[in-house]
Design a protein. Structure first.
Length: 262
């Protein structure tokens, strides 16, 4: 078999109409670097161009689904806007695709990784999954991913998740509506494939039109919300709090916050 360890995204056609995309930075807990974001967007575009493909399953290689942004890259001020636009492009690609998207989540799904889960049409969580939005503990604002989170769980649960920034269990995520099912870890991908098979039983055009109708009937303007979200994200990224929060994370120490708002 060919060595695919250097590929950032592993693409596997599991069966006719269903493709699995595996984030392949296990040594970095599949943190979203600029190159990984680009590779994921490119893979989704290529799959969507094949009109026989109807479902895409997102999973992570190694011990985690996705730990969020690569904070080593994110700590570079020059990369802030490029990374923000990249995350926005990735979330748009997943949510706006005519493909039905299913997240198969094990281990950690944090920050941008949790946002990727909330952008998918379905999410299956392994019983060992931990999901959360810890951005406030880094001096950041989870604005881009919050755009999708609030659509999935509603305002009350979204406030709890993003203002406390705590990781929650798979069972808590299920109760909040952030995931559809919780299964034993060994069965996570198999259950995602079972959901894919159920999607395939629907008429292809009707499924696509139903996805579009769901977005239109939700009463939100996703494009406008994402533009506002990017502005909040970038404002936080340029703050002294973000500089301290990212430095503390990289130096493995508690952050030292100024104890005043604004």
């Amino acid at each position: 078999m060919p060595d695919r360890s250097g590929e950032l995204v592993l693409v596997e056609e599991a069966r006719r109409g269903v493709t699995i995309l595996a984030l392949n930075r296990p040594e970095k807990r599949n943190a979203l670097s600029v190159r990984l974001i680009d590779a994921l967007c490119r893979a989704i575009t290529e799959i969507e161009a094949d009109h026989l493909q109807r479902v895409v399953i997102l999973k992570g290689e190694g011990p985690a689904f996705c730990s969020g942004l690569d904070l080593t890259e994110a700590a570079e001020p020059a990369s802030a806007e490029h990374m923000a636009r990249g995350v926005e492009r990735l979330l748009r690609a997943v949510r706006g695709s005519s493909l039905v998207s299913i997240a198969s989540v094990h281990g950690t799904a944090a920050a941008g990784g949790a946002g990727l889960v909330s952008a998918c049409d379905f999410a299956v969580a392994a019983d060992d999954a931990r999901i959360g939005y810890p951005e406030v503990h880094r001096g950041l604002v989870p604005a881009l991913v919050m755009t999708f989170l609030i659509r999935q769980v509603g305002e009350r649960s979204a406030r709890e998740l993003v203002l406390l920034g705590e990781m929650i269990s798979a069972s808590q995520a299920l109760a909040m509506g952030l995931v559809n099912r919780v299964v034993p870890r060994a069965e996570c991908l198999d259950y995602a494939l079972t959901l894919a098979d159920r999607v395939l039983q629907g008429a292809p055009g009707a499924v696509v039109r139903t996805k579009r109708a769901l977005e239109e009937l939700a009463g939100f303007n996703l494009d406008a919300d994402l533009v506002r979200a990017r502005e909040h994200h970038l404002a936080a990224r340029s703050s002294l709090e973000a500089q301290e929060g990212l430095a503390a994370f990289l130096e493995k120490r508690p952050p030292h916050w100024e104890q005043k708002r604004g």
